[in-house]
Design a protein. Structure first.
Lengths: 402, 182
């Protein structure tokens, strides 16, 4: 029952679907951008906190896509081949994300307690000053972007060149992808661990958690997979993706999404158990702040919405294999990601006064999306939706029974 | 001196194939032809073969889910009973009913009972233990664990007829079609 795919049909681009998705993103993002603009004038205290939440939301997706791009080059498999162009399009937004980091960098003294000169009076911050100082912070941020952009654009660039070049057989010709992805994943994990410490954990310079970096990676993988399922579900409305992204592929991606829901929960609970059992004065405030007051209900929402509901729905094989139902679960996960990221970031910086969740946190998520999504969709539309000359493509797709 | 001679009943027709693909194609053809009492044997798992034969199994997921939920309740219940009711111990001033600390063991018992119910129900629903099966009457059947692929249409299939079924199977690329006794 294997199907025959010729070059021309694989090369055809679903421009209409991509434009429709892009427009939806623009409308939603435009509303968010308006609210965020309002927030800029009315919310002096918390505006950049909201901005950081919105920025990190899209950074989770972008970096998750970078990680999965390297993973699928190493692991192979049809799920990776149909997702590769989505991952690449997301990774190619990194230069814009670097520009969008500037407001955070320039307002670091607003956001980060340790960046203020008076913070050095605190003995604990003083001992950390060798690492937590603005110059080194800027240098590291620049280094992270250099690493990510170099990795992402090398892989995406080679992949684009593969489309133009004649088809190759599996072997040394495409070995370079794996030669970059292997060491690249090592660099990726290190850079993300440091980045999550710098940009998020250091918001509360007294608090430390050694699992924070991998917790970020688990969340990033989940964000990226859910986003990928939503995009593929729309792309699969028309040819050629309707024949490539079959029920089996949604099943694969659904299982991966399920695994990442579990992974995120596993890391989160590990951190909770260790901090809760230790009950140390410098660690436990993280949870005391989140388990009481305005964040108490958000914690319950995260537990149910970010874990229990996706867990229950993704148990079902029927939902995982159903293009539209899988996309709905993925959209729900994407919405809950915003809640989880706000829950993670905001309580670290909002100690007194207006310390609860804020409508501008979620408006900022949409507002950054108004920049990120059109970039993503124009990247996606600029190339064939699958790597047409990948030496494993035909073999991977021929196993599909319709 | 007269024995009642037992006439051996026919179990079914067994077709032997050389490759996984021919077996898979034959399985599709057999299902399309309307046969329902069929089975296939292969040295390795073949993706899509069970579906090709119209095999559907909906019971195992339900059993596993039930096992998991029971495991969760049993594990958490054991913890609650032992540290709150039967033997309350003050450990570092923490509450007797420490939800956070109860998570890992309850999680483990959930996994344990789901895994055991999965394995157990699979064996049970497959009919184990089954000390005798007619397919072993086929002289070459042991090759199903080496490099040959077999497809069976049972004699009690409503569409079964010794001659037409045999020609039908022969037309599907089978190397040999053998009638096997009960």
């Amino acid at each position: 029952m294997s199907q025959h795919f010729d070059d021309a049909s694989l090369q055809s681009r679903p421009t209409d679907v991509i434009r429709r998705m892009s427009n939806k993103g623009l409308i939603l993002g435009g509303i968010g951008a308006l609210v965020t603009a309002m927030g800029y004038f009315t919310q002096n205290e918390t505006f950049f906190q909201s901005y950081l939440i919105g920025y990190m939301y899209w950074m989770y997706i972008t970096l998750g896509c970078l990680g999965l791009l390297m993973v699928q080059h190493l692991s192979g498999g049809a799920w990776g081949l149909v997702s590769r162009r989505v991952f690449e399009a997301a990774v190619r937004t990194l230069p814009v994300m670097a520009v969008l980091f500037l407001p955070i960098a320039l307002n670091a003294t607003h956001l980060y307690e340790w960046a203020r000169p008076e913070a050095l009076a605190d003995k604990m911050i003083q001992t950390k000053a060798a690492y937590l100082n603005l110059k080194f912070f800027y240098f590291r941020a620049a280094l992270y972007f250099v690493i990510w952009i170099a990795l992402g654009f090398t892989l995406a660039g080679w992949s684009a060149k593969q489309d133009v070049d004649a088809a190759v057989i599996p072997g040394p010709e495409d070995r370079k992808f794996r030669m970059v992805s292997g060491p690249g994943l090592g660099l990726y994990i290190l850079s993300i661990t440091f980045m999550s410490v710098d940009w998020m954990m250091s918001l509360d310079p007294h608090w430390t958690s050694t699992i924070f970096g991998v917790l970020f990676i688990g969340g990033a993988g989940l964000s990226a997979l859910a986003f990928n399922v939503v995009v593929l579900s729309s792309l699969a409305e028309t040819k050629p993706m309707s024949e490539l992204v079959t029920k089996d592929r949604f099943h694969d991606l659904g299982k991966l999404m399920y695994a990442f829901v579990m992974l995120w929960a596993y890391f989160s609970v590990s951190q909770l158990i260790i901090v809760w059992s230790g009950n140390l004065p410098e660690e436990i405030p993280f949870y005391l702040r989140r388990f009481s007051g305005p964040w108490g209900w958000v914690s319950v929402a995260v537990l149910i919405g970010h874990f229990a509901i996706p867990f229950a729905f993704l148990l079902s094989q029927r939902i995982k294999r159903h293009r539209k139902l899988a996309a709905r679960v993925a959209l729900f996960i994407l919405a809950m990601r915003a809640v989880e990221i706000a829950w993670m970031i905001a309580p670290m910086v909002r100690h007194e006064g207006h310390n609860g969740p804020n409508v501008f946190d979620f408006a900022a998520v949409l507002a950054i999306g108004v920049v990120w999504l059109p970039m993503f969709f124009s990247n996606l539309g600029a190339r064939a939706v699958v790597p047409v000359h990948d030496p494993y493509l035909k073999e991977a797709l021929s196993h599909d029974a319709h | 001196m007269s024995h009642a001679v037992e006439v051996p009943q026919t179990y079914g027709l067994m077709a032997e194939f050389d490759s996984a693909q021919t077996l898979l194609d034959a399985a599709h053809a057999v299902q399309r032809a309307g046969y329902t009492k069929t089975d296939a044997f292969s040295p390795m798992p073949i993706h899509g073969l069970a579906e090709a034969l119209g095999f559907e199994e909906h019971l195992i997921p339900k059993i596993v889910l039930t096992g998991g939920i029971l495991g969760l309740i049993a594990g958490y219940g054991l913890e609650y009973w032992s540290s709150v009711i039967a033997f309350p111990l003050n450990i570092g001033g923490r509450p007797y009913h420490s939800i956070v600390a109860f998570i890992p063991p309850a999680y483990e018992t959930t996994i344990l009972l789901s895994a055991l119910s999965c394995f157990g129900s699979l064996l049970f629903l497959c009919g184990f233990p089954e000390p005798y099966h007619p397919v072993f009457n086929h002289p070459r059947f042991s090759l199903a664990t080496a490099d040959k692929f077999f497809l069976v249409i049972e004699a009690n299939d409503p569409k079964f007829s010794p001659d037409t079924t045999k020609t039908f199977l022969g037309g599907l690329g089978a190397k040999e079609v053998v009638s096997v006794n009960e």
